[in-house]
Ligand binder design. Structure first.
Ligand code: NAG
Ligand code: NAG
Ligand code: NAG
Ligand code: NAG
Ligand code: NAG
Ligand code: NAG
Ligand code: NAG
Ligand code: NAG
Ligand code: NAG
Ligand code: NAG
Ligand code: NAG
Ligand code: NAG
Length: 725
């Protein structure tokens, strides 16, 4: 890959930044230049880990599975190669050879957070004529230093200014929360999100693992409540929790949860698991109906003698799964007895401390009051709304630690009566009420400074920003959670660290960095020279190298040749069916795209009641639904169907269009009149009271035609993908 072209605006931002003593990255980096010279990263020959510290692991962070310096160096080596094409060897030595990135550890006491307390996440990055040295307060600190190096190499076209950055985060908890309860997300998606977060130095990903749709007690019968969408996402074969989770295909097994935690941990991101009770606990009541409050089955009846023991059993089943020092027991929006609630939290927290040696976090719900036996101050509070608590007066002034999740930055997938669908990033630039300047984690209230503690308060743990799936799983496909956060993660991450990138700088810096974020392709981008990504027409003259199958030559300049085991017909079309496949070297394409198939469907899949697959990919399948052959997209466990149908035995051109956050399809007879596009829509049930129709952005399925039990039988004359919509 060549190094990058910069816009004039970006060049101005970068050089103004340097003059101000900071590098314009995400987050920004304090920097002292030592001369006006630059070191070119293309000169780098090796990445060298200081032998003395290669296997050192730091125990002071939130994770119980801290990578060693050597582990982080390996991921960094991979990143340098994939982002900048720098193929540097990874070795060990006692001191820095010339033209290397030398990774070492240094005096941890010189790195402090906003409260003046020591942080193990600091680092020093030094650039000189002999190369680059990154010295971390811990391996994690050094890892954040490598993020600075990769970002600046991207932004500065490989030329790093001579000088020194001494950098440390202002707050220890920086990250996001995903509602993986009211929508399932596969492990690979979560891991890609961790890679994305990590590039901007976020270190925490809270997974909300159990919840239910809003239990509308005013209109739901007991039967309907007990049937409402409610999920518990961990899958254990343990006898004690048999029946709690009925949906294995939308769950995390222990092996998968390990994979998530280790893969995220490898990039410095700790998973904080949340199992929600005694509110939002319908899934537990569906399992054991005696434990629900008769007045609202989504709330546990804490007075019931089996309630607390049941929650202890659930937690005991999963303690060994979790590799964080803190776990989250939910405790959100409980609307019944406050004293019982406080007893519940204290008993659970004591149990979790004694049994698993872990700390407990809850959502702020019943703040301390004279009439209560209050929650113990060693339980940390995640504040989200001032109608629940005042984080300063109720908690911080009473010595509780508080994590800032104020709903200033809440998003709800697809639709909400109160919250936006993408992070309102403008407020990261102007959300501090004291001066309309940058927001940072100590700002709970963006309107009234009197509700905010001093920036240096040690009891502000940091910030975690949630995305909720209030209207359930069918509202969205997996990637729409990413699109809700795509700009929000970097905008928030800068401020969570303590950075000060301005609104006027953010767009250009983010646009320059985004295409290179390592370890993920959440955009589902497909490299292409020109708008045509691939175009195949059947071709019997070109045998593929290995399999004896046909190769279909890609008529675009991209060389995405497909292979097929299907026979070509004398007409030059391909005879498609369940027993043979056409396979492209690709899987999925995100917005924008037009996928076109010229095909004649002669018969459906073997099970006429279930969908017949036309083409499938990593994120979706295009299918026909019985009995009328309606066109539909299957994606993320959901079905999005159109009125439009495909007639049997007739040649048609079928087009699927991904245009921004919307998806359409059109069918027309070959050389026939153009049919109107019809839009794929998600139908959201709003609290059992009404419906909302919302757009949905489904990735194009581009991996395979035929070869599946559910495949159609017929002929394919052409298959093409364009990046235009
Ligand atoms: C970026 O660097 C490459 C090689 O290091 C050079 O050829 C190119 O001109 C540079 N581009 C800009 C915009 O500075
Ligand atoms: C860098 O990437 C190239 C191409 O994928 C690969 O051949 C090479 O082994 C990689 N080098 C390192 C150090 O990972
Ligand atoms: C809660 O459980 C207790 C003990 O089993 C029972 O007496 C009480 O009626 C229950 N309350 C509600 C509101 O369900
Ligand atoms: C928190 O304090 C309670 C008593 O107030 C104690 O039972 C529990 O073990 C403590 N937890 C931790 C993590 O120290
Ligand atoms: C409990 O966890 C803390 C870190 O959170 C650790 O320092 C301590 O050694 C652990 N105690 C036991 C008995 O494992
Ligand atoms: C609970 O906290 C309130 C407010 O700080 C305090 O007035 C009250 O005494 C506390 N209750 C107990 C039992 O300590
Ligand atoms: C909070 O803790 C500090 C230091 O541990 C102590 O001096 C102060 O009295 C405590 N305040 C309250 C309200 O408990
Ligand atoms: C600002 O917050 C303070 C402290 O909670 C409160 O006393 C005051 O009334 C608030 N001001 C406004 C305008 O809401
Ligand atoms: C068919 O394959 C031959 C041999 O590889 C190639 O020259 C020709 O361009 C291909 N035709 C089409 C339409 O792809
Ligand atoms: C899990 O299985 C159910 C029942 O077969 C199905 O409706 C759902 O789409 C599946 N979920 C996923 C993510 O494939
Ligand atoms: C699809 O069919 C439904 C039910 O007949 C109708 O209400 C709707 O308007 C149709 N949509 C389109 C785009 O034709
Ligand atoms: C996709 O198309 C929409 C609508 O035409 C446009 O706003 C958007 O910028 C395009 N996105 C990409 C990634 O090209």
């Amino acid at each position: 890959m060549g190094l990058l072209q910069r816009s004039c605006l970006l060049t101005l931002i970068l050089f103004n930044g340097l003059a101000l003593g900071r590098l314009a990255g995400i987050p920004t980096v304090p920097f002292t230049a030592s001369s006006d010279e630059f070191y070119s990263v293309t000169a780098l020959k090796s990445i060298v880990v200081d032998t003395a510290f290669a296997e050192y692991r730091d125990e002071s962070g939130e994770t119980l599975i801290p990578p060693s310096l050597q582990d982080f160096a390996q991921v960094f080596t991979f990143d340098l190669n994939t982002t900048l094409g720098i193929d540097a060897r990874l070795t060990n030595a006692d001191e820095a050879p010339s033209d290397s990135v030398f990774l070492t550890l240094g005096d941890p006491s010189k790195y402090t957070d906003v409260s003046g307390a020591q942080t193990s996440e600091g680092y020093t990055l030094s650039v000189s004529s002999s190369g680059i040295v990154i010295s971390g307060a811990s391996p994690l600190g050094a890892w954040w230093g490598t993020r600075t190096l990769v970002q600046q190499a991207i932004l500065l076209n490989g030329s790093l200014p001579f000088g020194e950055a001494v950098d440390a985060p202002g707050w220890g908890i920086r990250g996001m929360m995903l509602d993986a309860a009211r929508h399932y997300y596969p492990p690979e998606f979560i891991i890609e999100l961790c890679s994305y977060m990590s590039f901007f130095k976020q270190n925490t990903f809270q997974l909300h693992l159990s919840d239910n749709l809003y239990n509308n007690v005013n209109i739901y019968s007991r039967e309907r409540s007990l049937d409402l969408y409610a999920r518990f996402r961990l899958w254990s074969d343990a006898e004690e929790v048999a029946g709690l989770n009925k949906y294995k295909n939308e769950s995390y097994t222990r092996e998968q949860f390990e994979e998530i935690q280790f893969a995220c941990g490898a990039r410095g991101v700790t998973i904080i698991p949340e199992i929600e009770a005694p509110g939002h606990a319908l899934v537990i009541v569906q399992w054991n109906p005696d434990l629900g409050l008769s007045t609202d089955l989504s709330l546990l009846n804490i007075s019931h003698p089996d309630t607390i023991p049941t929650m202890k059993t659930i937690w005991s089943t999963f303690f060994d799964w979790f590799h964080s020092k803190t776990v989250h027991i939910g405790a959100d929006e409980y609307t019944a007895d406050a004293n019982e609630y406080n007893r519940f939290v204290n008993e659970m927290a004591a149990f979790i401390a004694e049994t698993a040696n872990k700390s407990t976090r809850i959502w702020g719900t019943f703040p301390p009051k004279p009439e209560y036996d209050n929650i113990s101050t060693n339980v940390s509070i995640q504040h989200w709304e001032f109608f629940e608590d005042n984080p300063l007066f109720d908690y911080i002034l009473n010595n509780y630690s508080v994590l800032n999740s104020d709903d200033t930055f809440y998003t709800v997938n697809k639709w909400s009566g109160s919250y936006p669908q993408t992070v309102p990033i403008a407020r990261t630039f102007n959300g501090n009420p004291a001066d309309s300047g940058i927001w940072q984690p100590f700002v709970f209230d963006t309107k009234n400074s009197s509700n905010n503690p001093p920036r240096s308060s040690a009891l502000v743990l940091g910030s975690v920003v949630p995305l909720w799936n209030d209207y359930g799983a069918n509202a969205s496909v997996y990637s729409e959670a990413y699109w809700a956060w795509r700009d929000g993660i970097p905008a928030l991450a800068d401020k969570q660290w303590g950075g000060d990138l301005a609104g006027t700088e953010f767009g250009a810096v983010f646009a320059a960095l985004h295409p290179y974020v390592p370890g993920q392709n959440l955009d589902r981008a497909v490299a292409s020279r020109g708008d045509v990504v691939f175009r195949y027409t059947a071709n019997r003259t070109a045998p593929a190298a290995c399999s004896g199958a046909l190769q279909l030559t890609d008529a675009s300049p991209n060389g995405y040749h497909a292979s097929t085991s299907c026979a070509a017909t004398p007409d030059g079309t391909l005879s498609v069916g369940p027993s043979c496949a056409l396979r492209t070297p690709l899987s999925s394409k995100g917005r924008n795209y037009t996928l076109s198939l010229t095909l004649r469907v002669d018969s459906l899949g073997p099970d006429p009641g279930s969908p017949t697959t036309l083409i499938s990919g990593g994120d979706s399948s295009l299918v026909l639904l019985a009995p009328d052959l309606n066109i539909a997209l299957l994606a993320s466990g959901n079905v999005y169907a159109l009125n439009a149908t495909v007639p049997l035995g007739q040649w048609v051109e079928l087009g699927v269009v991904g245009r921004g956050d919307r998806t359409f399809a059109r069918v027309r007879e070959v050389e026939g009149e153009g049919e109107e596009e019809e839009e794929f829509l998600a139908v959201l049930g709003i609290n059992g009271a009404s419906f909302v129709w919302a757009p949905v952005a489904v990735e194009a399925p581009i991996a395979q035609v035929g070869g599946e039990a559910s495949s159609w039988t017929g002929e394919l004359a052409a298959l093409a993908l364009s990046a235009e919509a």
